[in-house]
Design a protein around this ligand. Sequence first.
Ligand code: G3I
Length: 314
Amino acid sequence: ASGLNAAAKVAGKLYFGSATDNSELTDNAYVTILDNKNEFGQITPANSMKWDATEPERGTFTFNSGDQIANLAKSNGQLLRGHNCVWYNQLPSWVTSTSWSKSDLLSVVQTHCSTIVSHYKGQVWDVINEPFNDDGTYRTDVFYTVTGTDYISTALQAARTADPNAKLYINDYNIESTGAKATSMMNLVKSLKSAGVPLDGVGLQCHFIVGEVPTSLQSIMQQFTALGVEVAITELDIRMTLPETQALLTQQQKDYQSVVAACMAVEGCVGITVWDYTDKYSWVPSTFSGQGDACPWDSNLQKKPAYNGIMAAL
Ligand code: G3I
């Protein structure tokens, strides 16, 4: 098969996909590749379904930007991953600056999740994003501080009720290798499952560094699927310290291949999404100074060796 998504489907996965953002959609050359269903069978909006974008004032929902991405995916016949319902980041100030009672904040979470999940029906949702610190403790964001872990079950229940057909995920980073954070996520999955809270999957973001892809990725995914959830690689990119060299590009090719091979080896790993397909629009340089070139296409929209690494694994 030619193209990442076409190859992924032949290999038995549901999709190979990419994140995108509204500001990128005026770039025709970029959109032409994004629209190509042989390459991408799934789209994740990088920003436009987050809380600050979708409910900037309490009870006032704005779907224009999210709809733009959803409509692009729909017209291309691509799957859409809703991202996200509840996250500590990109929250409007009305959420973070009110001193909530527990019941009021749970009601706010319930309304937010049920409204956005019912607007984008029949999709996959990152209902909970990044609940843990790297040491495996819960982030002391407004949700955990006010409600403990109750916001998690409230959000998942609200999403299930709003759209019984949506796949509901918890998504996080640094859970791809053995350690406290992965263990905490496994414990959370177990406790939600045993309490009968709806949960279908765990998203492993996979924001990696060239030469440092965790060797335990496949085993970790197997440990999650053994708990009765599916997994997906949701935000893959593999950054390097600049400047780019041939050696780094070759290592990056191997790294992409080994990440995709890990998903291939795990039956319950349903698909892979890159956190944008091109270095032109990657989030990495603005967050990690001196690092970048993390994507499978370069900033001139040309395929890099990494592309061949992905193809080799598929
Ligand atoms: O929209 C404003 C624009 O009006 C303003 O002029 C400009 C100036 O800074 O900022 C724009 O907002 C930026 C937004 O992206 C849209 O481009 C924010 O500053 C910037 O912080 C925001 O970054 C996003 C980041 O999440 C925020 O944490 C990235 O695009 C997005 O790719 C990134 O995605 C996250 C996932 O949601 C969760 N996992 C990690 C991943 C990478 O950080």
